[in-house]
Ligand binder design. Structure first.
Ligand code: HEC
Ligand code: HEC
Length: 343
């Protein structure tokens, strides 16, 4: 007890001596409500509706069967929090001018429509929206509007999720199961199936879930960004349980890695194109647990870590013209760990 107490005090003292973190630049979100009710304003509003009410408008609950592009019960904003406006909550603010952008997953340059459809096919376990559809145009209008206060081609500090150090040990799904029961199950359910609205409330809210599922047939598939443990841990650490934010996380870093290892180890839909992802294996993130693998590391180490040895091996052995992969996912290299985040 005494030793633990002293260690804690030591940590506090060390933190107190560290230079005060520089304040983050302000986070500006343009106000949709201030837009006029003209064609341009209506396109932005429809785009936002599609992010908030995905399952009802372009998902399995759409009235017109031809409009059922999404394949699960999620809304885009279940991950892109509050309509994509939350700093480090996978925001859709400030990303407009960053596209077209290189994607390691396809080894090609992706347009914004491609990027939207990546989430349609993976996070939403569905099929792509036609790139010339009214829906893609509206989502793009919303994103363009959300970027109106941002610098051209500069990623805002707050994009993606805040980077955490990689754990020295493998993530532990057994401890993750315990964390899940204690911290997550109250909302997401003991079986990860979430809490579904009654038919009446779903129709009223134009959403399928009060608390979205984390696994099972109505959740994201095994090709989704959220199915990779490093980025998922950063998102969960900064944003879950819902109500915390990156300045005041509740989970320890170790528990965040452990709980996502448990969640992502549960059954979920399979992405049919999975075997074709990351055609250049030298830039495949260390935590993508899909063969072929370079290097001497077992499949389980790709899934659970420790990931630093894999990243170090890739950097050391990458042929000329390949930087090796320093990115945990498509976003990592562009993220900065905010100095204000919990330690
Ligand atoms: C299950 C969680 C989840 C859902 C639901 C989801 N996404 Fe995503 N999305 C992610 C993750 C994780 C990333 C970033 C990681 C990556 O690049 O793989 C991302 C990235 C994006 C990006 C790029 C962001 C950037 O900073 O460059 C766009 C655009 C996007 N999603 C649009 C959508 C749209 C539109 C929908 C709904 C049709 C949607 N997403 C639904 C998890 C989700
Ligand atoms: C207080 C309720 C609550 C708790 C507790 C909670 N979540 Fe969530 N979680 C939510 C809500 C609500 C959303 C959807 C966000 C939205 O739509 O605003 C969400 C979204 C998510 C998502 C992205 C969407 C999806 O369905 O995949 C993940 C991943 C997630 N939570 C993981 C966790 C984990 C892991 C824990 C435990 C450490 C946890 N959550 C605890 C309420 C909660």
């Amino acid at each position: 007890m005494l030793a633990a107490g002293l260690a804690t005090l030591g940590g506090v003292a060390a933190r107190a001596q560290a230079p005060a973190p520089a304040p983050l630049p302000p986070w500006r979100v343009p106000d949709v409500a201030a837009l006029p009710d003209d064609d341009a304003g209506r396109a932005v509003r429809y785009g936002r509706d599609l992010i908030l009410h995905t399952s009802a408008l372009i998902g399995p609950d759409a009235r017109d069967p031809a409009m059922r592009y999404g394949g699960n019960g999620l809304e885009c904003q279940n991950c892109h929090l509050d309509g994509g406006t939350v700093r480090f909550g996978l925001p859709l603010v400030g990303i407009w001018s960053l596209y077209p952008a290189f994607s390691a997953r396809t080894n090609t340059t992706a347009t914004m429509a491609d990027r939207i459809n990546n989430c349609m096919q993976r996070s939403m376990n569905g099929r792509p929206l036609p790139s010339d559809s009214r829906e893609v145009a509206a989502i793009e209008a919303y994103f363009r509007f959300l970027s109106s206060d941002q610098l051209d081609k500069v990623a805002p500090i707050g994009r993606g999720a805040p980077k955490l150090p990689l754990p020295e040990r493998a993530a532990d799904p057994a401890n993750g199961a315990k964390v899940y029961r204690e911290v997550c199950a109250a909302c997401h359910g003991a079986e990860g199936a979430g809490v579904r609205y009654s038919a009446l409330d779903a129709a009223k809210n134009q959403q399928r879930y009060l608390f979205p599922p984390l696994w099972g047939p109505d959740s994201y598939n095994d090709g989704a960004g959220m199915s990779h443990n490093i980025g998922a841990a950063w998102f969960v650490h900064a944003n879950m349980p819902r109500g915390v934010d990156f300045t005041r996380p509740l989970l320890s870093e170790a528990n965040a890695y452990d709980v996502v290892a448990f969640v992502n180890g549960q059954p979920r839909p399979h992405y049919a194109g999975l075997a074709h992802d990351y055609p250049d294996p030298w830039i495949k993130p260390a935590d993508v647990a899909t063969p072929p693998y370079l290097g001497p590391f077992p499949a389980q180490q790709h899934e659970l870590g420790p990931w630093q040895p894999i990243e170090a091996w890739l950097r050391l052995n990458a042929p000329d013209g390949h930087a090796g992969n320093s990115g945990a996912n498509d976003l990592e290299s562009k993220l900065e760990r905010p100095s204000a985040a919990g330690q």
